[in-house]
Ligand binder design. Structure first.
Ligand code: ADP
Ligand code: SF4
Length: 701
């Protein structure tokens, strides 16, 4: 690791101190904790490049996501990695070698999912201490296989699999090996009395419930403890709620019983929505009240997370004795170079995570990680995109970008970093596009970082001209004569309705029917108001809450089964319902809006057709969005004038091309700017699995 440069603020130097973890030493306190990446042995180069980028950016420890130790821990169809036998070793070695090349340590999160996995591919009945399914598994993911009750022989098998996987991990070059007892997985199920009903020495008292995790740590230490640090990842939220006879809580008791057994404590919450909380509902550092005691009970180093992006908060966690290592998952995805930026006194250049949880949604989608703030995440190998390095401009072309929303600002930033002369024009007085309105809504202010990060950088670049209050028409664009034109004019919300066939039908264009664009322009719907949402992401729910906060009587209806149904993907769904309930919003699901006569909104159950009338004075439809692409098409029609004007290309980007979430707009803008004057292969680069031998069979013992 490089020495601390003089530019690093003295107060932040503590972040760059080494930390000993058993027999290994982390070069600094920046610890990329295990997090899902949607990358498995199916795409080993994508995975290695993604993890190595964070090592290059200064993270001292780089961890994998969950790595299954045996086919009885099979999370398919969700993506998960494996260390089942020697055939998986080389694939992981690609990552460890790439991480080591930058002076960082590599950690592997060995994992047995217990009752939380359905073993859909291996078809092995899942393992559980007492046959109790993990709540989120059968409620949330519709698995129909209930787990078996583990015998002592089964326990012995898992211990053996862990030890063997640990040896393979060492062979693959990992420096830190995990035992996982969190988030509903097998170790956690032994710790929690709701899942562990055993009457033998593994159940009952806390000391007995801890036994399995202790044995997992012991076998791991025996396997690799002289060369690798052994970490325990544990969820403490529920345990902290439980009273103990001799300690402030059962969490204290568990940590006291195991205090110095692991070389490192990695402490976290119990479920994805609380552990990986969205910024809409949970602030930076939200874990602290649950995990703040751990360092007082153990002498071993402690790592924890909390969507930390501010170096002041990080330093405070260390100085106050909460953490030794600053854990980052989302912070490291949004900005792999966060540590180096702090080290070099460039903390104002950090691309801060906005807490939107699009990254976790990619795992739920079963694809490599995507990030709203960092368009390069997951594309380091496939597209060769480096988050901080850019190919120099391939010509002296000038770039005109019409529209300064997320797509336009990202396109401008990347084109300018490449050295192009860039002009951005937006008709509004403020840059940010949809963010200007949306960040004024409840819980969404943090999303303003998408605009702020880009505008801050653009305003400091000499080759950038930013023009607000500048609506451009076709003649203006041609007159400006930039060789490259990007149309980033966004999308508009329509008043289309929705049918039970799940296609939009007709338009409800009546008085007192509004769209989010009308609200953004200052319209004030009279109450009572119905928010009718078939966009199904955040905005319908947020607008309902916003209007209720203004004192209006609000109901919310959607054809989906939940309010803001897609937010199940971003861990927000439970809190959306809680927020609507808290603000007195009546929620009607599975409802179609069929008409509105100015005082009655007619709803119909999507399946039974049962009618339901709601007395309202106005309706806000959050439904179909269509590209605002008139300018693009007008320019297309004037193609014959381009050459005289000097225009070489006109490209639609972001919502003006295809209306989507902010993540899509940023990616689209980034891709446009990266491809300027670059040869296009037209093909799709594919990563192939690494196999030590040709196709054939292999037994996992
Ligand atoms: P995206 O998410 O694709 O970036 P947004 O809707 O957030 O799209 O932003 C589009 C921006 O384009 C808005 O700020 C809007 O004011 C601006 N815009 C639309 N048409 C024009 C135009 N003809 N001239 C200048 N700015 C425009
Ligand atoms: Fe943060 Fe959103 Fe990126 Fe995830 S997708 S790392 S939450 S900005």
């Amino acid at each position: 690791m490089a020495a601390i440069p003089a530019e690093c603020k003295p107060g932040y130097a503590i972040l760059f101190e080494p930390v000993t973890i058993g027999p290994v030493t982390a070069p600094n306190r920046f610890y990329q904790v295990p997090h899902a990446s949607g990358m498995t042995e199916a795409n080993p180069r994508v995975r290695a490049a993604f993890r190595a980028m964070k090592a290059e950016g200064g993270w001292g420890v780089i961890s994998t996501g969950a790595v299954s130790i045996h086919p009885s821990s099979d999370d398919s169809p969700l993506p998960f990695a494996r260390l089942w036998d020697e055939h998986d070793v080389r694939s992981h070695a690609l990552t460890t070698e790439a991480v080591h090349a930058h002076g960082a340590l590599a950690a592997v999160e060995l994992w047995h999912g217990g009752a939380s996995v359905m073993n859909r591919t291996s078809r092995i009945p899942p393992y559980a201490p007492s046959g109790v399914p993990w709540a989120a598994t059968h409620v949330g993911f519709m698995g129909q296989l209930r787990p078996r009750v583990m015998t002592r022989e089964d326990i012995g098998d898992v211990l053996r699999w862990q030890a063997e996987a640990a040896k393979r991990a060492r062979q693959a070059g990992f420096d830190i090996v995990y035992v996982y007892a969190g988030m509903g997985y097998l170790g956690y199920e032994f710790l929690l009395p709701e899942y562990n009903l055993r009457t033998d020495e593994y159940g009952g008292s806390v000391a007995n419930r801890v036994r399995f995790v202790r044995e997992m740590l012991e076998v791991t230490k025996e396997a690799v403890g002289d060369t690798c640090g052994v970490a325990l990842r544990i969820s403490l939220e529920e345990l902290r709620e439980k009273p103990s006879d001799h300690y402030p809580s059962q969490a204290h008791e568990v940590v006291a019983l195991l205090a110095d057994v692991p070389d490192l404590w990695d402490v976290k919450m119990d479920s994805s929505p609380t552990d990986c909380g969205a910024s809409r509902f949970r602030p930076e550092g939200a874990h602290e009240p649950v995990i703040d005691f751990v360092k007082q009970v153990t002498r071993k180093p402690v790592v924890g997370v909390g969507r930390f992006t501010s170096p002041d908060t990080m330093v405070s966690q260390i100085r106050r004795g909460v953490l030794d290592l600053i854990g980052g998952a989302r912070a490291s995805i949004a900005d792999p170079f966060l540590p180096n930026k702090i080290r070099e006194g460039r903390e104002d250049e950090i691309r801060e995570c906005i807490g939107c949880n699009l990254c976790i949604s990619s795992w739920h989608d079963g694809v490599p990680v995507r990030c709203t703030q960092n368009a390069t995440a997951g594309e380091e190998w496939r597209k060769g995109w480096h988050p901080e390095r850019f190919a120099p401009a391939g010509s002296s072309d000038r770039v005109l970008i019409v529209g300064g929303g997320p797509a336009g600002l990202e396109a401008a930033l990347i084109a300018a970093r490449r050295g192009y002369e860039v002009t951005v024009a937006d008709r509004r007085s403020e840059f940010g596009g949809r963010l200007v309105f949306e960040t004024s809504l409840p819980g969404l202010s943090t999303w303003g970082r998408v605009r702020d990060y880009r505008l801050y950088a653009l305003q400091r670049m000499p080759n950038v001209n930013l023009y607000a209050e500048s609506e451009l028409g076709v003649d203006d664009v041609l007159e400006l004569g930039a060789e490259r034109v990007a149309i980033a004019t966004g999308a508009r919300w329509t008043k289309s309705l929705y049918s039970s066939l799940e296609i939009p039908v007709g338009v409800l264009d009546a008085p007192h029917v509004y769209t989010p664009d009308d609200l953004a322009a200052g319209a004030a719907p009279p109450g009572p108001v119905l928010v009718y949402d078939f966009d199904n992401y955040y905005l319908g729910g947020v607008i309902a809450e916003h209007l209720a906060r203004q004192g209006l009587s609000v109901s919310y209806a959607t054809p989906a089964g939940h309010a803001s149904a897609w937010t199940i993907m971003t861990n927000e769904l439970p809190y959306v319902h809680q927020a609507l309930e808290r603000h007195g919003v009546a929620v009607r699901t599975m409802s179609l809006l069929t008409g509105f006569d100015g005082s009655i909104a007619r709803l119909e159950h999507i399946f039974t057709r049962a009618p339901c009338n709601v007395a309202v004075q106005s309706i806000v439809i959050v439904g179909l969005r269509l590209p605002e692409d008139r300018l693009f098409h007008e320019l297309e029609r004037r193609r014959s004038d381009w050459a005289d004007a000097g225009v070489r290309s006109v490209t639609r980007i972001g919502d003006a091309l295809a209306a989507g979430a902010i993540v899509h707009a940023v990616y689209s803008g980034h891709e446009f700017a990266r491809s300027l004057d670059e040869p296009q292969s037209g093909g799709y680069l594919r990563d192939l699995p690494i196999a030590d031998r040709g196709p054939g069979a292999a037994y996992v013992e």
